[in-house]
Design a protein around this ligand. Structure first.
Ligand code: C2E
Ligand code: MG
Ligand code: MG
Length: 750
């Protein structure tokens, strides 16, 4: 804020100073009259223009055959303009306006140029009138005397001139006239200026939205404006003579005020945020600027304080800060705040010898609960969980909800992993206790992944990623448990990403090939079928077995495209062998559950059969039990329609899943493939032997044929014969082989 300064005493000097004693008594009397007349006008409160015009006229009367004029410099201090010239016709005024001060700029132009009075007795010959000769001719101006008008700051702001229609030089009396004229005009102009700024100040003071307080140098309150009263509740009557201490909130210590006053004393001002108290007792924040007002001798005469109430802004700021760092539903810190807190905990742990654990916690089956109970109840559930979890976090820990049913907990300052595990055990136990929600008892569980600083990583992003990975591991391990991150998890996922990337390429470049393994009728020894088994012709690693990539292809969905290709290829091959005169075979093709979920199996089969021309009877689809359980009604109708076109259906890896023969009756299954894990040890494990025998018997009662896979030796074959197993497949007969080798194998047998 600009300092208010007391105006300097008005200057009365033109730089001439004519002694009264040099004037005749008659002249002295004239001058006295002049001053008296003007004083009367001023006392009357006459307008400043009126007074200035009066000065000109009175002086014209005292100097016959002459005209008075006042010219002022413009704001940019470049040109002189006529301010008052009551006796000069308007054409003359127009020609004078915009006069540029300079050595040829006439008497007035030279006053500004030389900063002193100029007395030109002959305007037609004097070089100072060089540029204004025309004016002199036009108006018959023969002589022109001009003196400076000073501002309060003793700056030459304009000129007062007497121009004559005759050649003449000024007498001391004339000089006195000019001196008095310019002095009075200077005062009148100055007074007008300060009245103007006083009016302006009054307007600002009354109308300001900001509270304004003015004190004396002892800080006693002199004046407050309406906005001040509105914000603080105090009127001037209640504050007069009090100091601003009356408003103190008690929120700031002595040091604060001491620093504030030393800034005011040293620099003349201070600004900043301060808490004050309203009349109601309410404390509020304000943005306050205080300035000291000094006089010419640098003594402080007043202090002015201007403030705005920033409660609303502060509230909004605090709200925004809270919203941007907290979760709306639970009020817990969000990921951003967690990051901040975790980084602090790490910085602290780095100094001492302790650990920081980041727990990634995911509720088990929350989605199911949320869907069945409704979202409002789901929200309540999350709030319940939140309040339970809060029991485990200390002040130094951070519990965060990062979205959905995912929570993170940063445990700071942990001495070792045992103490981390102890807390995690407790969390698991507490969460699994039944909740009461809308009058219902509900049971929950959660899976927790843990990453530890400094063991696993040193920054938020890394720990977060690793804790998440470990959490998925806990889920895979059957949920309701926790897992620490291990390096193995990391390399597994890197391998996963690498293979995914390469598989995409493989699909694009068609790097797959199909091998065929014969299926043999145990009673006759004839080859009755072939299982199509895919291989990946990897450009670097050579032939890669499906065990390495089928799983990943299923997780990424790439199995849909791979499976389509295999089916087309297997059908094409089977039809080609048939055409080439090989004995009839049933071609068995594996189909993944993902193909049933994501692909259009029915269309695919139609198109494979159509493009190959293969008889549907010669195609068998191998399914796993889990496919049947997924959306049973849909599968039932789909498999029925596949049966209608004549396809065969087999259950692969039987024994490893639900092994429920009851539901198999619903589906029109043709064959069961006993999983090789039972077949492998038939000869040495009586349990496996018993299981295989039971499966064969039950299947036969349901009119299903049975094929045993993984037959590797004669003993196994003999046991299977004794059980009346229908068919066999295994290394004992042949490994899966490329099509040419397979054809040769068949031709050899017949
Ligand atoms: P699966 O369908 O149960 O196929 C039988 C697996 O047992 C084949 O492994 C076969 O090579 C192997 N095998 C056959 N006889 C013996 C034996 O006597 N001893 C031993 N130790 N193993 C034997 P492969 O070719 O590595 O395929 C593995 C699995 O990959 C298959 O198991 C199947 O689930 C899947 N798979 C293969 N090709 C495809 C395909 O085109 N689509 C889909 N979705 N899955 C496929
Ligand atoms: Mg199979
Ligand atoms: Mg199998």
């Amino acid at each position: 804020m600009k300092k208010l300064e007391k105006a300097q005493p008005f200057s009365c000097s033109t730089g001439l100073t004519v002694e009264y004693s040099t004037l005749s008594s008659e002249e002295q009397e004239k001058i006295l009259h002049l001053q008296q007349a003007i004083l009367e006008s001023v006392a009357r409160g006459a307008d400043h223009m009126e007074v200035i015009n009066q000065v000109c006229r009175l002086e014209e009367q005292l100097l016959p055959n002459a005209v008075g004029s006042v010219m002022l410099m413009d704001d940019a201090y470049e040109f002189l303009n006529v301010y008052a010239a009551p006796s000069i016709p308007s054409e003359g005024v127009a020609q004078l306006n915009g006069l540029r001060p300079g050595p040829g700029g006439g008497s007035c132009g030279n006053v500004i140029y030389r900063q002193e009075a100029q007395f030109v007795s002959n305007t037609f010959t004097d070089p100072r009138w060089r540029d204004l000769r025309n004016l002199a001719y036009n108006f018959n101006l023969c002589a022109c005397w001009s003196v400076p008008i000073y501002s309060g700051e003793r700056k030459v702001v304009g000129t007062f001139a007497l121009s004559s229609f005759e050649y003449r030089s000024p007498s001391p009396f004339h000089r006195k006239l000019l001196e008095i004229g310019s002095s009075i005009i200077g005062i009148v102009l100055e007074r007008n200026k300060s009245q103007e700024s006083l009016r302006l100040f009054q307007k600002v003071f009354e109308g300001s939205e900001e509270g304004i307080m003015i004190t004396d140098p002892n800080k006693a309150i002199l004046l407050v404006n309406p906005a001040f009263t509105k914000v603080t509740g105090y009127t001037i009557d209640e504050l007069l003579g009090e100091t601003p201490k009356k408003l103190a909130s008690g929120h700031h210590d002595r040091g604060f005020y001491a620093a504030m006053w030393s800034s005011i004393n040293l620099f003349g001002h201070w600004h900043g945020e301060i808490w004050n108290r309203r009349k109601t007792g309410e404390v509020f924040p304000e943005w306050l600027a205080i300035s000291a007002v000094n006089d010419l001798t640098d003594n402080t005469t007043h202090y002015i304080g201007i403030f705005s109430d920033i409660s609303e802004r502060k509230n909004a700021e605090a709200q925004i800060r809270h919203l941007s760092s907290h979760d709306l539903l639970t009020g817990l810190p969000n990921r951003m705040l967690l990051k901040d807190r975790l980084e602090n905990a790490i910085a602290f742990a780095a100094g001492g010898h302790c650990k920081v654990a980041l727990l990634s916690l995911d509720l088990d089956q929350f989605k199911m609960l949320n869907d069945s109970l409704g979202h409002a109840a789901g929200d309540d559930l999350l709030r319940c969980v939140t309040s339970q979890l809060k029991n485990f976090v200390r002040d130094t820990d951070t519990l965060c909800r990062s979205g959905g049913d995912e929570f993170f907990i940063a445990l700071a300052n942990m001495p070792d992993t045992d103490s981390i595990s102890a807390i995690v055990d407790e969390i698991l136990e507490q969460i699994s206790k039944p909740f009461l929600l809308e009058g219902r008892h509900l049971s929950l569980s959660c899976s927790i992944g843990i990453a530890v600083y400094p063991d696993d990583g040193g920054d938020f992003e890394t720990l977060m990623k690793l804790a998440d990975k470990a959490m998925y591991q806990a889920k895979d391990a059957g949920r309701n448990t926790y897992r620490y991150f291990t390096e193995q998890l990391n390399s597994d996922s890197l391998e996963f990403m690498r293979i995914t990337h390469e598989l995409r390429e493989a699909v694009k470049c068609n790097q797959f090939t199909v091998h065929f393994q014969p299926q043999i009728d145990l009673a006759t020894g004839d080859v009755v079928g072939a299982e199509a088994l895919v291989r990946w012709n990897h450009p670097v690693e050579g032939l890669v077995q499906p065990g390495r990539f089928i799983n990943i292809a299923e997780q990424t969905g790439l199995i849909v495209e791979i499976g389509e290709w295999v089916l087309h290829e297997a059908c094409r091959q089977a039809a080609a062998w048939r055409q080439a005169g090989l004995p009839p075979l049933v071609m068995a093709v594996n189909m993944s559950a993902v193909q049933f979920k994501r692909g259009n199996v029915e269309n695919l089969l139609h198109s494979a059969l159509e493009s190959s021309g293969l008889d549907p009877q010669s195609l068998e689809i191998e399914l796993t039990e889990s496919i049947l359980l997924h959306d049973m009604d849909y599968m039932l109708s789909l498999l029925n329609s596949l049966k209608d076109i004549g396809l065969k259906l087999a259950i692969d890896d039987f024994g490893t899943g639900y092994s429920s023969l009851a539901y198999l009756k619903k589906f029109k299954i043709d064959r069961l493939k006993i999983d090789q894990s039972f077949v492998r040890d038939i000869a040495i494990d009586p349990n496996d032997a018993a299981i295989v025998r039971a499966i064969v018997q039950m299947a036969h009662t349901l009119n299903l044929r049975v094929i045993a896979e993984g037959v590797e030796n004669e003993e196994t074959q003999q046991y299977l014969s004794s059980c009346q197993c229908d068919e066999v497949q295994g290394y004992h007969y042949a490994k899966p082989m490329p099509p040419e080798a397979f054809a040769a194998f068949i031709l050899n047998k017949v």
